[in-house]
Design a protein around this ligand. Structure first.
Ligand code: KIV
Length: 274
């Protein structure tokens, strides 16, 4: 399969072909996503919670993000790899934002970057610097406390209008795509129709150009909470616990290892005088 490009995603929107995107944070996960044919991998800052056990995403550093982008790039040559800008890496100044985006591209090796919030001036500066940007509006987890917590956004007409305006401003600023999180389904549709760039929804209903889910949520690998918008396609976590428990029991009972798992070459007799 050919590498997924911005052009390909644009054509998919134009033809009405739905785009799939999923997070991945290490080599093994990336290899699995590569085999699935999914078009986009997001190395999301959700890794702070799913991989590093944090309560939220705010503490994550750019160094940690780069360390997770690198193995994903190695494991998945075909999907577009999106590196997520971490909290505090683009809110000081335009030059800080460009510097942080450069680091994800040069040190991590991702194809494009994503950043949260309706910040067209930051997006246009990064795009001007030659780095493709995916926006992220609606519920923006890095600043969730300013939005009243992890709540559906854009429920009033005024708020809905603001989010549509943000989407248009991001498109105008040069974003090639936008993630829209946790908004009413009809608002998800209205945003999708209001712009010509692909809208990737998460909790934004059925009419977006594509969907994104967090790897650990959709596969049953994260059991702290499960948002309403997640569909669990498998319960891999339960399978892993079953396998680990069986292994522990077999070790305890001396059932594992069997002879086929051992190396010959010396007999007990050979070793008796050592
Ligand atoms: O970090 C992440 O996983 C995300 C998705 C929720 C879109 O930003």
């Amino acid at each position: 399969m050919a590498k997924v490009t911005i052009q390909k995603l644009k054509e998919m929107k134009q033809k009405g072909e739905k785009i799939s995107m999923v997070t991945a944070y290490d080599y093994a996960q990336a290899v699995l996503v590569e085999k699935s044919g999914i078009e986009i991998i997001l190395v999301g800052d959700s890794l702070a919670m799913t991989m590093l056990g944090d309560e939220g995403t705010v503490r994550l550093t750019t160094e940690e993000m780069i360390a997770h982008i690198k193995p994903v790039v190695k494991g998945a040559p075909t999907p577009m790899i999106v590196g997520d800008m971490v909290f505090g890496s683009y809110n000081e100044s335009i030059s800080q934002a460009i510097r942080s985006a450069n680091r994800l591209m040069k040190e991590g090796g991702c194809d494009v970057i994503k950043l949260e919030g309706g910040r067209p001036e930051v997006v246009s500066a990064i795009v001007e610097a030659g780095i493709p940007v995916q926006g992220h509006i609606g519920l923006t987890p890095q600043t969730a406390s300013m939005l009243g917590g992890f709540k559906v956004q854009g429920k009033s007409l005024e708020a809905a209008q603001r989010i549509i305006d943000e989407a248009k401003a991001l498109e105008e600023a040069g974003a090639f795509s936008i993630v829209v999180e946790c908004v009413p389904e009809e608002l998800g549709r209205a945003i999708t129709e209001a712009v010509s760039i692909p809208i990737i929804g998460i909790g934004a209903g059925r009419y977006c150009d594509g969907q994104v889910l967090v790897f650990h949520d959709m596969l049953g690998l994260f059991d702290k909470f499960l948002p309403k918008f997640v569909k669990q396609y498998a319960q891999i976590g339960d399978e892993i616990v079953k396998a680990l428990s069986t292994y522990k029991e077999e070790v305890r009972q001396g059932v594992f290892p069997e002879e086929k798992h051992t190396f010959g070459g010396l007999s007990r007799e050979d070793l008796k005088d050592l």
